[in-house]
Design a protein around this ligand. Sequence first.
Ligand code: SF4
Length: 215
Amino acid sequence: MNLLVNEIFYSIQGESTFAGLPCIFVRLAGCNLRCRWCDTTYAHKNGELLSLEEIIEKIRRYSCSLVEITGGEPLLQENTPTLADELLSLGYRVLVETNGSQNIDLVSRICHRIVDFKCPGSGMHQHNDLQNITRLTPNDQVKFVISNREDYLFSCNLAETIREKTGSEFPILFSPAVPDLKPKTLARWILQDSLEVRLQVQLHKIIWGTNARGV
Ligand code: SF4
């Protein structure tokens, strides 16, 4: 049972409500989308085939109970659910960051699925699987990366739909696509509209620099 792995590293979680916590990242290779502002293009194709045991062995080198499975798009690999289940059974808290185009119920609902629905500015919003809205649980989080006013309005509409359909108060994250949109501009829009969403910046980029990898 193998997975194509781009990198495994230990760093500070930079996004979601887990931002700021030490976390082990398993970045799987391969993505079905090509977002205009993608900052992990190196993971689109390049990876090493590792067995489940080899991945777990690398994770165990770190003294940390939080693991994020990311990509690329992690739900494209058929063995990702097994990796998530194995980590859960070993007592890890598991985050799965997904681009919103795949069925999030492929992985256990015990995981925290961070669903990155795409906005028009990414060029990929037509790939959003909106059936995922009905699959969300209070364990999950929804993220929008926003690069302009059109993206902002799109995110507001979809966030409202999500809240109406789920009736749940789980976190909705608005993240500015820097440098296209300044955090200050997005903050002003959120405050002007009294939105109950969480503004987030990419903490790992502030700490390590915009182009740093494996951190
Ligand atoms: S879904 Fe993620 S990895 Fe894939 S192209 Fe978009 S930003 Fe890049």
